[in-house]
Structures are given as structure tokens and as C-alpha cells.
Design a protein around this ligand. Structure first.
Ligand SMILES: [Zn+2]
Ligand SMILES: [Zn+2]
Length: 163
């Protein structure tokens, strides 16, 4: 689920918060700013886009050699979401929530991704079917997201079997 961002108007805190609509010091209700993808959705988005783990020693290298293949989506400024006048959100159309677009042929992207994978074999992650829906579970140990279609299939319930 995307999460709302709040700005407090009471001068107790600078900037914005994704934690609470109320200022933690004085309790004043802040102003709703916009929606953003959750941390797990952002991690899953990276993994979905690249097939790489979102966290790890490959990231510096990967970020460097992928940088010139990507352009920011101007419609959503990389958030992947559009916040509507009525306070709801929708997935950004032009980038389908990705926030970034490949600006070279996909064969070139694949070649760079293969290069990263050959230097950092441990960086290769499980392919995800998406990053906006389903249940996304990040493993600190494996540094990757596992996707579950339904909450009932999340860890702990796995042994119950069934679909
Ligand atoms: Zn306050
Ligand atoms: Zn966009």
C-alpha cells in the first residue's frame, strides 16, 4: 500500500513525515501532502525493474552503469504515483508506477544487467510479478523481496498448503 506524507504546521518539526498525521510533540494535525510508495514497494520496484536485489554491495556499481540508461518520469517525478485533488492516488500512467523509464533499447539494458550479474552473482534476485499489489516481504538476511499474492500465503502460513 502507498503511504501518505504529512507536513506539520506547528514548527516543531522540519520537513515531512510518513509516520503520523499528528505532530509527535504537540499533537497538531498536519497537512496532507501526497502519497508515496512504501519502503517495501520501492525495494520491490527496483527488484522488479532490474532482477537484482535492492540492497547489497553491487548497488554502487549497478547505479553507476545503469544511470545513463534511465530517465526520470516527469509526470510523477519518480514517485510512480499521482496524488489527486480529492486526496486519493492513482498509479502514474506514463511510467506505470516505475518512476523511471529505460531510454535505450532493452537489449542494451539486458547486456548491462548481465554484466552486473556476472560481477556480482549474489546480486541476482527472484523475479517479481509486480510491486504495487500483493504482499511484499523484505528479508534483511537475503536482502530481497518475496512476493505473496495473498496475505494468507505469507510466511508462517506456508505449511498450511493449499492455493
Ligand atoms: Zn507540533
Ligand atoms: Zn511516472
Amino acid at each position: 500500500m502507498p503511504q501518505p506524507i504529512w507536513r506539520y504546521t506547528c514548527a516543531d518539526m522540519e520537513g515531512t513525515s510518513d509516520v503520523s498525521p499528528h505532530c509527535p510533540k504537540c499533537g497538531t494535525l498536519g497537512e496532507f501532502q501526497c502519497w508515496v510508495l512504501s519502503r517495501d514497494q520501492l525495494l520491490a520496484r527496483y527488484q522488479y525493474r532490474t532482477g537484482l536485489k535492492p540492497v547489497g554491495p553491487h548497488r554502487d556499481y549497478a547505479d553507476k552503469i545503469l544511470a545513463d540508461l534511465l530517465v526520470q518520469c516527469v509526470a510523477c517525478e519518480t514517485t510512480g504515483l499521482r496524488t489527486l485533488e480529492d486526496g486519493n492516488y492513482r498509479i502514474c500512467g506514463p511510467c506505470e508506477g516505475m518512476g523511471w523509464l529505460w531510454c535505450v533499447p532493452l537489449a542494451e539494458v539486458d547486456a548491462r544487467l548481465r554484466e552486473i550479474a556476472s560481477r556480482f552473482p549474489d546480486a541476482v534476485a527472484a523475479r517479481l510479478p509486480g510491486f504495487l499489489h500483493g504482499v511484499l516481504v523484505y528479508s534483511e538476511e537475503r536482502c530481497e523481496i518475496t512476493y505473496y499474492r495473498h496475505l494468507l500465503a505469507a510466511p508462517g502460513d506456508q505449511k498450511q498448503g493449499g492455493d
